[in-house]
Ligand binder design. Structure first.
Ligand code: ADP
Ligand code: MG
Length: 291
């Protein structure tokens, strides 16, 4: 069997993660082919709709999503639609496009967690700069509770900032016109838990030089096995209804845990460097099991 791995790094065959996945698929006699979603064609000229995927004459049984390149709203919608249409034609998409949509948007993830009574830091999302300023005034100035701002679709800690003065907020273009404000939880570290099929299979503590504990920003990784952290990550995965994910969790000074976000296309290089379990193989086996 041959399957596509959708990635925005076709030239490097998906990089380190691509190599891990390709080896793990090969162990199960599955050939992985690296393809960019931007090279697919929605062909509606024939009797039945056909999604052309480079290197595939017939629809694959599975498509593994390792990356969706950034682009205009139209481009990203088209790429996600390719995944939705493939699913409608019976292809198993891992992770499912709907789950990717729910989690790539930090506001939707926060909403789903909060609605399910899963501890997550207090958050406000708005487009109005005026209202954002009022929230900052109330929280930060009156209640002395520091706030941070995050890009709605961000990753790897890029653009996550502490609002350490009442003014100024970043200009609208830096946050794409949406202010995602969140109460800061003070901690020297956070946790990343890898959850597959609602089970925490590996976890680490991350310690950054600043309060940002992303591996991409140089945080140190240390394996942990904390039942409470694992359980919370599993709860979060269930709530966003996702096949696998990387859950970020932080513990405040009183020991209370909060879910920060759920990543639907998580990296696991840092985590793999401190745990024995072969993450790519567990992932691939779970994917194949769902067929
Ligand atoms: N509410 C918060 N309080 C304290 N630190 C936070 C908070 N939210 C995020 N962080 C820190 O910033 C990092 C990046 O935030 P996160 O929400 O995971 O976005 P990203 O998608 O960029 O990883 C987290 O790993 C954590 O170290
Ligand atoms: Mg994160």
């Amino acid at each position: 069997m041959s399957i596509p791995i959708f990635t925005d790094e076709v030239d490097t065959k998906g990089g380190w993660h691509g190599a891990q996945l390709s080896d793990a698929f090969a162990k199960r006699d599955v050939e992985a082919v690296f393809v960019s979603l931007r090279d697919c064609v929605i062909d509606l000229s024939l009797q039945s709709p056909h999604i052309q995927i480079p290197h595939f004459d017939e629809s694959p049984k599975i498509a593994f999503v390792r990356g969706i390149a950034g682009g205009t709203l139209q481009q990203i919608t088209t790429r996600l639609n390719v995944l939705h249409m493939l699913k409608m034609q019976g292809v198993l998409i891992y992770n499912d496009a709907k789950a990717i949509e729910r989690t790539v948007d930090k506001a939707m993830t926060s909403f789903l967690l909060h609605q399910a009574a899963i501890q997550t830091p207090q958050t406000w999302v708005c487009e109005s700069r005026l209202i954002a300023h009022e929230i900052i005034q109330t929280q930060q100035v009156n209640a002395k509770s520091p706030l941070i701002i995050k890009p709605l679709f961000g990753s790897q800690g890029h653009g996550v900032r502490l609002i350490n003065k009442p003014l100024p907020l970043p200009m609208d273009q830096y946050v794409d016109g949406v202010f995602y404000l969140q109460k800061m939880v003070k901690s020297t570290h956070d946790y990343r838990v890898f959850v597959i099929d609602n089970q925490a299979i590996a976890a680490m503590r991350r310690r950054g030089e600043s309060w940002l504990h992303n591996v991409a920003l140089g945080a140190e990784c240390e394996a942990v096995d904390d039942a409470e952290v694992n359980h919370l990550a599993e709860q979060a995965a269930k709530v966003v209804d996702i096949a696998y994910c990387g859950v970020d969790i932080i513990r405040d000074e009183n020991g209370v845990l909060y879910v920060l976000e759920v990543n639907s296309i998580p990296a696991w290089r840092g985590l793999q460097s401190v745990v024995k379990i072969d993450i790519a193989q567990v992932l691939v086996d779970d994917c194949l099991k769902r067929l």
